[in-house]
Design a protein around this ligand. Structure first.
Ligand SMILES: [Zn+2]
Length: 409
């Protein structure tokens, strides 16, 4: 006999399927903060929360909560994840942590009243698919939303976030009311979105650290010339130089090996004409490593590489840092609880860094936080092909439920 808490597989399967049908198109999931699909998801979750015997609540920015009140006044242990998706996303990213947390609390109701209050949350925005407002729900809970954000931020159609909030029945002037000071711990169940667990056949990933992302814009200035009249040996082609930089900086990171990653995903070429030698190129660099010292060493090497290529090609290069995040270290005590809970559930586990960013990285700056991953089949995510087996979903939710039981009773 162990103290494992088993989540109802049927119930969780129904949650995953029904939430996954909200905002789903033949081209994948489209559920963006405050849009019609998002509102349907919110209303559905509120109904499920009430059906599970939990207290439903929506806060000032649209985070949805289900509460299982405890007998003590020791604050709240929170679990959950985000309910918004990327464009053409999958059914599991974010959603599994929400419905897994809900199914966990539903299972825990049978254990009577906890000493510590438990809540599950569907965070309203993580991906910034509609507004440039990364982690909006988590930031609102931590008091980190600027008072001008709802009026300032616009979606692609020009709708302000304030207008969208009013459309969803929320008052943009009230965002400050979402702030919480009673959180004692946060646990987030999430799909891995990579293939480490699936390839190894390991059930549960205990996330030790979420890497700090560095984003840079590399600008390469060459000389714009006629494509027909300028001999190859007299050119300062900004694109050829930039392409060489991208190749060589990628080699730097490949030589470092896992888990270092670098991506040059966005390019602009000016003037962008078939008959003109490109005079200016900008490309983005996204570089991640869980160890800040290693990440910064790699960035130094990348910068030296770009300068060297620029010299060889007779162009100028400059690099601007757009984003510079510290790695978020997960709470060691909570990871111990998750490890013990995985073992109680008969699940195999390993410690690992997260590849992707998550709400947990921000939550961890204020509240003891830990994450657990379940396998993504073939490592696919941010695509309609995203899939986690029902067995892995229920195993992850049961480990979460067991950990919440250990923390709250
Ligand atoms: Zn996510």
């Amino acid at each position: 006999m162990t103290d494992a808490v088993h989540v109802d597989e049927q119930l969780l399967g129904r949650y995953v399927a029904e939430l996954g049908a909200i905002g789903e198109t033949p081209d994948g999931m489209y559920r963006f903060m405050y849009d019609a699909a998002w509102q349907r998801a919110r209303d559905t979750l509120l109904r499920w929360i009430a059906d599970a015997g939990l207290e439903p609540r929506v806060d000032a920015v649209g985070n949805v909560f289900g509460r299982l009140p405890g007998s003590g006044d020791g604050g709240v242990v929170l679990t959950g994840s985000h309910v918004d998706t990327v464009p053409s996303g999958g059914r599991y990213d974010g959603a599994l942590g929400v419905v897994g947390g809900l199914a966990a609390l539903a299972a825990l109701r049978a254990h009577g009243t906890p000493a510590t209050t438990l809540e599950v949350v569907a965070l309203c925005e993580e991906e910034s698919s509609r507004f440039p407002a990364n982690f909006f729900g988590t930031r609102a809970m931590l008091g980190l939303v600027g008072p001008d954000e709802p009026d300032r931020l616009r979606d692609r159609d020009g709708t302000t976030m304030a207008e969208a909030m009013r459309g969803a029945g929320l008052d943009p002037a009230a965002v400050g009311a979402a702030e919480r000071h009673d959180l004692r711990a946060f646990l987030e169940l999430h799909i891995e979105q990579g293939r480490v667990l699936a390839d190894e056949g390991t059930d549960i990933g205990l996330v030790e650290v979420i890497p700090g992302i560095a984003w840079e814009t590399v600008t390469v200035r060459g000389r714009q010339d006629h494509a027909g009249a300028t001999p190859m040996d007299l050119r300062a082609d900004a694109l050829q130089a930039a392409a060489q930089m991208a190749r060589e900086l990628t080699s730097v990171v490949e030589r470092e090996g896992r888990p270092a990653v670098a991506t040059t995903g966005r390019w602009t070429v000016e003037p962008g004409q078939p008959s003109v030698v490109p005079g200016l190129v900008r490309f983005s660099l996204d570089l991640r490593h869980p160890d800040l010292a290693v990440r910064d060493r790699l960035l130094d090497e990348v910068h030296r590489t770009c300068a060297d290529v620029a010299r060889r090609h007779g162009v100028e290069v400059d690099v601007v840092r757009d984003k510079d995040e510290e790695p978020a270290v997960m709470d060691a005590g909570l990871l111990d609880v998750l490890r013990g809970s995985a073992e109680a559930c008969g699940a195999s586990w390993r410690r690992m860094p997260s590849g992707a960013g998550h709400d947990s990285q921000l939550m961890a700056t204020r509240v003891p936080t830990a994450m657990l991953f379940v396998p993504s089949v073939e490592g696919r995510s941010h695509t309609p092909a995203e899939y986690t087996t029902p067995e892995d979903c229920v195993r992850g939710a049961s480990v979460l439920a067991t950990a919440l039981h250990r923390l709250a009773w």
